[in-house]
Structure formats: structure tokens, C-alpha cells
Ligand binder design. Structure first.
Ligand SMILES: Nc1ncnc2c1ncn2[C@@H]1O[C@H](COP(=O)(O)OP(=O)(O)OP(=O)(O)O)[C@@H](O)[C@H]1O
Ligand SMILES: [Mg+2]
Length: 253
């Protein structure tokens, strides 16, 4: 099994300790990553996917060190991610966005790729991914015209186009209706059944609890729990971390 190992990773932004001695590993499951706002979840994804270097610690995938590689090199190793703030190429069509994903492991620049990668083989691949993610009716639409729920799906489609073995999803259900979130959970399960390991950051507790086989909880940059949803739900530190968040939310509102 191809494993991701995060070992003793810390990240400091000036005076802010965003991550503190974080260690975890994937075991071929749908792994949830939850925690209050600012806990360091996205920072951890940014480090795994090569967008940020860790201040200290190591990350390996299938035994290879990731923490000194660039994002496109990490994509080549089979790790793809989506972004919390969705980043489709808005002026390109949905199809072209997926084509750009197919070329990402090949070309460092997506724009160079989508023009040169429009072969019959890549078009076939792209249409298969659009069908899998239920976006086929939107193939020719400019990505910016898609409603938010479908833009989130397009993020996943583009990541899938890089043919990952490990998919990192940063709040894929944010802004989705209950029905759209249920469809998304089905899609994530079917990707996992096809052999793609998943780490999913999620704020919606019931979504994460239903979908994930194991959940890692981050609070203020540290892992405070790493267990099954059933155990996590009863964990006092987790409950306190979230209650603290809710109280802060009430104070701000
Ligand atoms: N590039 C950066 N430079 C400076 N500080 C940053 C940077 N990225 C994140 N931070 C800070 O690090 C902390 C962790 O942020 P991060 O985005 O990882 O949290 P998160 O758990 O993803 O939160 P959310 O649930 O709101 O998305 C926050 O205090 C954030 O302001
Ligand atoms: Mg985040």
C-alpha cells in the first residue's frame, strides 16, 4: 500500500505557530481532517502538496521525501488536491479545465498544456472524467459560469485528471445544498472504491462522520485526536475544541 507519512511537521508564520509537531499517516482509507477555523488544516495540505515548505519535519509518500519537491513534481508522484477557495480557470471551458489537469503531471504550466494536449486520447479521458463527475452537460460552458456546487465538482474533476492515488479535498462540501453534499459523498466513496486514497477536510461534522473511516482532529496546530468517528464524537477534547469555537462564533455574531 502507498502510504503518506507526515512526521513531526511544524510550521511557523512569523510569530504564529500554525502547526506543531504533527504526525499522521494514511492507511488506505477515507481519512477526515477536522478542526476549528485556523487550526492549520489547509496549511497541512499546502505543505503536503508542495505549496509551502514545513519549518521542520518530514513528509514521505511511498518512501519518497515530498517536503523538498515542487507542486507539479508532487502531482507526478500521484497526489492531487483541491482548494478551499476554488480556482478554476474561469475563462476556459469545463472541458479545457479537465484537459489542463490531464497535462499537469506532464507540463509545469497548465496553459501550455491545454492547447497541446487536445488529442483524441486526452479528449476521451477528459469526457470520461466529466461523465464520472456528472459534468458532461457543462463541457463547453466557461467554468466561471458554473454554479458553486458544480465548480467544486470541477475542482475534483481537474484533480482526478492528474490520475492521483491520493486525493486531498479541502472543504469540498462548503456551500453545497444537503442534496449536493449527499451526491458528493457518493462520488468520494466511488473514487475510494476505485483505489484512490482520500483525505478530506470538512467543517460539516455529520458529513465527515458519515463519510470517513478515521478522523484526525487538529486544534491550534496540534493533533488532539486520531480515531474512528464513533470514538471522536465522544472525545472530550474534541467536544471542548468545537464548543470553544461555537462560543467564539456567538461572541462575533
Ligand atoms: N501563508 C500564510 N501566512 C501567514 N499566516 C498564515 C498563512 N497561511 C495560514 N496562516 C495562518 O495559519 C493559521 C492556520 O491557517 P489554516 O488556513 O491552515 O487554517 P484552517 O484550519 O484551514 O482554517 P479554516 O477552517 O478557516 O479553513 C491561521 O491562523 C492562518 O491565519
Ligand atoms: Mg482551511
Amino acid at each position: 500500500m502507498t502510504e503518506l507519512r507526515v512526521e513531526h511537521v511544524s510550521k511557523r508564520f512569523g510569530g504564529l505557530q500554525a502547526l506543531q509537531d504533527v504526525s499522521l499517516q494514511t492507511e488506505g482509507e477515507i481519512l477526515g481532517l477536522i478542526g476549528p477555523n485556523g487550526a492549520g488544516k489547509t496549511t497541512l495540505f499546502n505543505i503536503i502538496s508542495g505549496f509551502l515548505p514545513p519549518t521542520s519535519g518530514t513528509i514521505t509518500y511511498d518512501g519518497r521525501a515530498l517536503h523538498k519537491q515542487h507542486p507539479h513534481q508532487i502531482v507526478r508522484l500521484g497526489i492531487a488536491r483541491t482548494f478551499q477557495i476554488i480556482k478554476p480557470f474561469g475563462d476556459l471551458s469545463v472541458l479545457e479545465n479537465v484537459l489542463s489537469g490531464i497535462g499537469m503531471p506532464v507540463y509545469p504550466s497548465a496553459r501550455a498544456l491545454f492547447q497541446r494536449y487536445r488529442t483524441s486520447a486526452t479528449l476521451k479521458q477528459a469526457h470520461a472524467i466529466l461523465a464520472q463527475t456528472d459534468l458532461q452537460d457543462w463541457a463547453q460552458a466557461p467554468a466561471a459560469n458554473l454554479p458553486i456546487g458544480l465548480q467544486r465538482r470541477l475542482e475534483i474533476a481537474r484533480a482526478l485528471a492528474t490520475r492521483p492515488h491520493l486525493l486531498l479535498l479541502d472543504e469540498p462540501a462548503a456551500g453545497l445544498t444537503t442534496h449536493e453534499a449527499e451526491d458528493l459523498a457518493l462520488l468520494i466513496r466511488s473514487l475510494h472504491a476505485q483505489g484512490i486514497d482520500i483525505i478530506v477536510i470538512e467543517h460539516n461534522m455529520s458529513f465527515a462522520m458519515n463519510l470517513c473511516e478515521r478522523i484526525v482532529v487538529l486544534a491550534q496546530g496540534q493533533i488532539i485526536a486520531n480515531d474512528t468517528p464513533a470514538v471522536i464524537q465522544q472525545d472530550e477534547r474534541v467536544i471542548n475544541a468545537y464548543l470553544g469555537q461555537e462560543e467564539a462564533d456567538v461572541a462575533h455574531s
